[in-house]
Design a protein around this ligand. Sequence first.
Ligand code: NCD
Length: 332
Amino acid sequence: MKHLLSTENLSAADAIRILDTAEEMALVGEREVKKLPALRGRTVVNLFFEDSTRTRISFEAAAKRLSADVINFAAKGSSVSKGESLKDTAQTLEAMSADAVVIRHWASGAPARLAASDWIDAAVVNAGDGTHEHPTQALLDAFTLRRHWSQIAGRASLGEDLRGLRIAIVGDVLHSRVARSNLWLLTTLGAEVTLVAPPTLLPVGIADWPCRVSFDLDEVLATGPHAIMMLRVQGERMNAAFFPSAREYARTWGFDDDRLAALEVSAGKDTIIMHPGPMNRGLEISSAAADSPRSTVLAQVRNGVSVRMAVLYLLLSGDDSTQPTPAQEATV
Ligand code: NCD
């Protein structure tokens, strides 16, 4: 694997290798000295053309824990046209000897364009491109799901993949790269996915996707899914009215206090609530739900660092299986 551009083309074996490596990285995070020398002398550039809080910080923390040098490049606001600015920027980074470029871009396909170009030799990691993909978010969600469900007392261990899990992804699927990356990855790992959304927020061509579609959130919740993944309503990508009002959306598609209470007395007693952040509290998720013991929002953020460490480690330290595993390496 030279780049990580999408989960659509990620094999189950590669995904599991990333998740297993992330488990080792998580152990490093529990040590007093949370640092490995693995990427000493390597340079990771965070190239962000779009806003981000947790993804950028998470990649930065991950690279630093592996002892890489990190350069943060906030390219947002550039007035140069897309192709030119990306090429110019890439060539600048190449001149600075970047070993990996972590790119977030408003244009779907920008990371793939960069990876396919001869502008740069670095490994390219997609940190979210337009409405297309956000592979490390899906990997950290899969990691969170696998950890949670294999650690539940009294349950047979889940094994290395997600076979047997039923996941509902709810809300603004149309504009969500998180939904797309999760759909591909979760189904590759054997989970069953149901998308729940208003018809106006589902993409054209959804009939060909490997999932079920429902227009009734309460009906899906009553089946007791293992996890319910709430999506942010992406106002900044909406150029029209996709639903009548915020209040109507929250009532029909939001995870509100009534739905939280209903889970307690239904098949959904063990259902966890996920959200990639940032959350619109009161719109797609109520504060009580976001802060409830069922919520994995903060665990997702924590796991994001381990998963991104694993991705950078696997991309930059090569496929040499004779190398020590991260846990075997000495700390610095
Ligand atoms: C997501 C993103 O930017 O795609 N956030 C994130 O990376 N944690 C989801 C979103 O913005 O809704």
